[in-house]
Design a protein around this ligand. Structure first.
Ligand SMILES: [Zn+2]
Ligand SMILES: [Zn+2]
Length: 332
């Protein structure tokens, strides 16, 4: 069949020969003028209401792909973009290489891009001191605040790398502990749980209605993380037995009985943890005599104490002791 246009050459494409086809058909249309909305603070780009952070190259690529109109079907195409100097906005030289059957057609476009500035959702929140959750850190002993706070900070940092809407709005130091105001309550909860896990703390969650948005109540949540009374190395009294706390994680504590030397793991939700003697408050004494379970010690006031212990000590050893209701127990 011959070309319907010139009647001279073979019709290979849409009843046209190659020359007439290329003369007549355009594959792409790109508007000569395009505009883009960018956040002046962080550089995010708004596409159809969604903010995206991307490189300048990717930004133009996406802009072109969103604006191009394909006027004829094709098999595939590649895209080259060159940015040219321009006052105010940007000027682009765009080349489409379109494959159609055995043809490769190169089409060029020149467009200008004007940039409108608008603060993005995240930056609005950030500069507006927005917060959805208060993470309260409670029950810390003297000298522990920085450590717990540093851990919380490192988790905020971790989650904010995946979720740009997460940030710390403010930090308040109170008599009872530290309050961290966070912009995202879902992430705040994850962080609260991780702190609980690490320090064996308990979590209390209390939501408050903060207002209404689009016909729904907006909640703010307070996550109160309370560290337990005991720490590793402390002596606790549970069911009238003194134990050395060997390890704390979540709701479980690993204990060593000072009565019989047996190890135990306990779920603190099911046991009442009684009096706690902090490790720094444990008394020191010196072993003067030991035979089997019987031991004699010299306390700091040079008084002789008689006690029983499941742990072996040499004469002259310095040991830690704890007095509970007149009875003396010795740490291993
Ligand atoms: Zn022709
Ligand atoms: Zn922004």
């Amino acid at each position: 069949m011959l070309c319907v246009e010139c009647g001279k050459r073979e019709a290979k494409y849409d009843n046209l020969c190659e020359i007439c086809f290329l003369k007549k058909i355009k594959f792409t249309y790109l508007p000569p003028h395009m505009s883009i909305t960018q956040c002046p603070h962080c550089g995010a780009i708004k596409f159809k209401g969604d903010w995206k952070r991307m490189s300048r190259e990717d930004m133009f690529r996406e802009l072109i792909l969103r604006n191009v109109e394909f006027l004829h079907h094709y098999d595939s195409f590649t895209l080259e973009i060159e940015e040219r100097e321009s006052r105010g906005g940007a000027a682009l030289h765009t080349i489409f290489k379109v494959r159609y059957k055995d043809l490769e057609v190169k089409e060029e476009h020149f467009s200008t891009v004007s940039i409108k500035y608008e603060s993005c959702t995240r930056c609005n929140r950030y500069f507006g001191n927005y917060f959805e959750a208060i993470l309260q850190l409670r029950g810390m002993r003297e000298g522990e605040e920085e450590m717990v706070k540093e851990f919380a900070y490192s988790r905020i940092e971790h989650y904010s790398q995946k979720n740009e809407n997460l940030f710390l709005t403010k930090e308040e130091r109170r008599k009872e502990g530290i309050d961290l105001y966070l912009s995202d309550k879902r992430e705040a909860k994850k962080i609260a749980k991780e702190i609980c896990e690490k320090y064996g703390a308990t979590l209390k969650e209390s939501p408050q209605i903060a207002g209404r948005k689009d016909g729904h109540d907006v909640y703010r949540v307070t996550y109160s993380v309370r560290l337990p009374e005991y720490r590793e190395g402390d002596v606790v009294n549970i069911d009238e037995t003194p134990y050395l706390v060997e390890h704390v994680s979540r709701n479980m504590i690993s204990l060593l009985s000072l009565k019989d030397g047996r190890k135990k793991r306990m779920d603190v939700r099911r046991h009442r943890v009684g009096r706690v003697v902090k490790k720094e408050d444990l008394e020191e004494a010196i072993v003067v005599y030991s035979q089997g379970a019987n031991i004699q010690l010299l306390d700091k006031n040079y008084r002789i104490i008689e006690a029983k212990t499941p742990f072996f000590h040499h004469n002259g050893d310095k040991v830690k002791i704890v007095r509970i209701e007149g009875e003396v127990f010795i740490l291993p």
